[in-house]
Design a protein around this ligand. Structure first.
Ligand code: SAM
Length: 280
């Protein structure tokens, strides 16, 4: 038994600190210890790893990450009401839990890491989940400060992240995620596992940084935005919004001008981005 194991049940913590869930903060809490332990296990061995957790809330997953042996957990929480509850966990293990009060979209975790190997593990607030993921996928320089991300999303968003070309879910987010990471779905979580239950099923996703096909990130975003902005049109039509000689751009990229956005693999978008850079 560790100092973490005999903390009071999460329901009691929520009641005592008045943590009624707020939709505006994307609050859907996980109170099932088996599930939080399973998420922590999905993050792989945590010895020697500093975990950055966004949105610890009342601290269910935070406890699981500490119990799983994380060297440290840096927990970034925007809701001031949760801070006292989190402080109770930190009091049991002050050297391993640091609570950062603030908006994860604005906090740079790097200074807290001091160069230690880091991993992002979070049951994300769904209202800012995509924005947070895009921020982490856009980190410069690459490889980033984390070795992997284990993140809970709404299933529909998770499907877009891991989508392959030729599927309905394949889009700009799949291109960015596929360019910089190997992303895969781990498991689904039913709405009933959360308090309060969200309207949709959730999915845990693992993203591991990879060596990207060489190209500039902004150019990649420009070409994928243009192509998927008119996803049913052929490239020779949809890429016109870029304001360059489309015929030359597509030829230089080695792509078929009659292909549509969802047929182009990530490598093809990288080729388009390189060709665009040379033309502007
Ligand atoms: N980790 C807890 C759990 O699994 O039970 C809570 C997860 S809940 C889905 C999302 C958490 O993110 C909430 O505690 C919420 O207050 C917090 N949050 C929302 N927006 C945030 C932001 N911009 N930065 C940091 N935390 C945020």
């Amino acid at each position: 038994m560790t100092a973490i194991d005999d903390l009071p049940p999460l329901r009691e913590v929520i009641r005592r600190h008045g943590l009624a869930a707020r939709r505006s903060l994307g609050q859907n809490f996980l109170l099932d210890l088996n599930l939080t332990a399973r998420i922590a296990r999905s993050a792989g061995p945590l010895d020697g790893i500093t975990v950055v957790e966004v949105g610890p809330g009342p601290g269910g997953l935070t406890r699981a990450l500490l119990a799983a042996g994380a060297r440290r957990v840096i927990a970034i929480e925007r809701d001031q009401r949760c801070l006292a509850a989190l402080a109770e966990i930190a009091a049991r293990d002050p050297a391993r839990l640091a609570i950062v009060a603030g908006d994860a979209l604005k906090v740079d975790p790097a200074p807290y890491l001091k160069g230690a190997p880091a991993r992002i593990v979070a049951n994300l607030p769904y209202n800012v989940a995509t924005a947070l993921l895009v921020t982490w996928l856009s980190v410069e320089p690459w490889p980033p400060w984390y070795d992997s991300m284990i993140l809970m999303f709404q299933r529909e968003v998770a499907e877009r992240i891991v989508a392959s070309p030729g599927t309905k879910s394949y889009g700009r987010l799949s291109v960015l995620a596929g360019w910089r990471t190997h992303a895969r779905m781990l498991f689904d979580v039913a709405p009933t596992a959360f308090v309060p239950p969200p309207k949709v099923t959730s999915s845990l996703v693992r993203l591991e940084p990879r060596t990207p096909f060489p190209c500039d990130r902004r150019a990649l975003e420009r070409v994928s935005q243009a192509a998927f902005g008119q996803r049913r049109k052929m490239l020779r039509q949809s890429l016109r919004t870029l304001g360059v000689d489309t015929q030359h751009l597509i030829a230089a990229s080695g792509l078929d001008p009659a292909a549509r956005a969802e047929e182009i693999p990530v490598e093809g978008y990288a080729a388009l981005a390189r060709a665009l850079e040379e033309m502007v």
